[in-house]
Design a protein around this ligand. Structure first.
Ligand SMILES: NC(=O)C1=CN([C@@H]2O[C@H](COP(=O)(O)OP(=O)(O)OC[C@H]3O[C@@H](n4cnc5c(N)ncnc54)[C@H](OP(=O)(O)O)[C@@H]3O)[C@@H](O)[C@H]2O)C=CC1
Ligand SMILES: CC(C)CCC[C@@H](C)[C@H]1CC=C2C3=C(CC[C@@]21C)[C@@]1(C)CC[C@H](O)C(C)(C)[C@@H]1CC3
Length: 417
């Protein structure tokens, strides 16, 4: 069943673009995993060798990944400190979501700590990244197919605005159903924040442990990368409720793009800097380390300040922390902030995120482009995401959005873009 009304415009280059991305994204991930451990570690060079199926396929890795998903699902289903309501849906209902992501992170840390104390070989994880990534990719394809089939029997009101073009390749990629769930387990919300994000910091920790084993102690650069990215993941889970207003949850269907992004792309490519440091140790002096910490702190300050200001305002515009900010009224009854963070550029949170991305790469030195892959990819992702969001906001708010763009002319970087 397709949703009623005019069909949504095709994004990501339509069916051809979607098909290309479905090949290109896993290929890029495997390329990165292979080159990072090679001597030259060239981002644009060929991988040292092409792995055979025996290097990729491992039933142990598949079982490990399934056990990880099972553990995270069990932690998700534990009693939560709060149950939050999502945005209003087409049928005027609101879904409920457990707020216990930070609790899941802490419990995972406790379980891993206990495991290590009884001999769990955490340091073996770095050698399993290739088969683990292969297992995650396989799971992503199968899971996306099941979600696609599930959407065939979903009511029209449960379908996403995009992802229902009638072209199976495009719809499989974008995702047909907006909030697929079984009982209280909301697959998109679960995958966006739990297995991938927590898996990312666990992989980082394993790389740090392995570096300590190889070189006597973890390097300062490895500590910084681990610390910065743990802060980022801890922050995402602490402010978990805020994810309910992101376009991934409110607008995009749950298809291959997000399933693969959440379960494979995030843990295996976002940990690239720590992987690089294990294979290419860097010496970092204290003055440089302090400068990088300052850059990360500035990025985090902007990112958190902007996200919290918007979330507070959306929850309660008369909250004293945002009540004095200047706003524009829109025909929908909602207002837009035009002062504070959201009066500087139209996406101050992206700016903060990008500054942090730079700080995560700098500990890896400037001799290689590879550790800057995240910064390059993330810039492209956010520029594209910003354009998608602008389109949606223009549709939602019309003239009021045009007025906002006139008053706040820059998108991400003041006076530049
Ligand atoms: N690490 C990663 O891989 C990724 C991280 N991110 C991060 O996720 C976070 C969320 O990003 P994202 O979901 O893209 O978008 P935003 O959090 O920027 O949300 C955009 C929405 O905010 C509302 N809005 C826009 N301008 C204003 C304004 N002036 N006043 C009030 N509300 C406004 C609009 O929705 P409405 O009016 O309906 O409320 C708009 O659709 C960001 O910090 C981003 O950096 C994102 C993608 C990937
Ligand atoms: C693989 C493709 C190129 C695209 C996949 C994109 C996904 C990896 C990202 C889309 C939006 C994301 C968000 C986060 C992680 C990456 C994905 C899933 C986020 C959970 C990271 C932590 C942040 O604090 C956040 C604001 C909660 C993020 C929300 C969006």
């Amino acid at each position: 069943m397709a949703p009623q009304g005019s069909p949504a415009p095709l994004e990501f280059g339509g069916p051809l673009g979607a098909a290309a991305l479905m090949l290109l994204l896993p290929a890029t991930m495997f390329h990165l995993l292979l080159v990072v451990r090679s001597g030259p570690a060239r981002l644009l060079g060929p991988p040292p060798h092409l792995p055979g199926l025996d290097a990729l396929w491992s039933p142990r890795a598949l079982l490990l990944w399934l056990a990880w998903l099972g553990l995270q699902a069990a932690l998700y289903l534990l009693p939560a400190r709060k149950v939050a309501e999502g945005q209003e849906l087409k049928d005027k209902s609101r879904l409920q979501y457990p707020i216990n992501g930070f609790q899941a992170l802490v419990l995972t840390a406790v379980l891993v700590g206990l495991g290590v104390s009884v001999g769990l070989p955490l340091g073996a994880l770095p050698d399993m990244l290739l088969p683990l990534a292969f297992a995650a990719t396989l799971i992503a394809f199968i899971f996306s197919l099941l979600l696609y089939l599930k959407a065939q029997v979903a009511p029209a009101s449960a379908l996403a605005p995009g992802g229902n073009s009638g072209n199976p390749v495009y719809d499989f990629f974008l995702g047909r159903e907006l909030n697929p769930r079984v009982s209280f387990l909301d697959f998109k919300y679960f995958c966006e924040l739990r297995p991938g994000l927590i898996g990312w910091v666990l992989i980082n920790l394993a790389l740090l442990t392995q570096e300590a084993k190889l070189r006597g102690s973890p390097s300062l650069a490895m500590w910084l990368v681990n610390g910065f990215q743990l802060l980022y993941v801890g922050d995402a889970l602490w402010y978990e409720e805020a994810v309910l207003t992101t376009m991934d949850i409110t607008h995009d269907g749950f298809g291959f793009m997000l399933v693969f992004g959440d379960l494979a792309w995030v843990p295996f490519t976002y940990s690239l800097q720590a992987q690089f440091l294990l294979h290419h140790p860097q010496v970092l002096g204290l003055p440089m380390a302090s400068t990088i910490c300052l850059i990360n702190a500035i990025g985090y300050y902007i990112f958190r300040g902007a996200n919290s200001q918007k979330n507070t305002f959306r929850k309660n515009p008369s909250d004293p922390r945002v009540a004095d900010l200047e706003t524009i009224s829109t025909a929908t009854g909602r207002k837009l902030l035009v002062s504070g963070w959201w009066g500087m550029v139209r996406h101050p949170n992206y700016l903060g995120d990008l500054i942090m991305a730079l700080a995560w790469s700098l500990p890896c030195g400037v001799s290689h482009l590879l550790p800057y892959f995240y910064l390059l990819y993330f810039t492209a992702l956010l520029v594209h995401r910003e354009a998608r969001d602008e389109r949606q906001c223009l549709q939602k708010y019309g003239l009021a959005w045009q007025e906002y763009c006139r008053r706040v002319p820059y998108r991400i970087l003041p006076y530049v873009y």
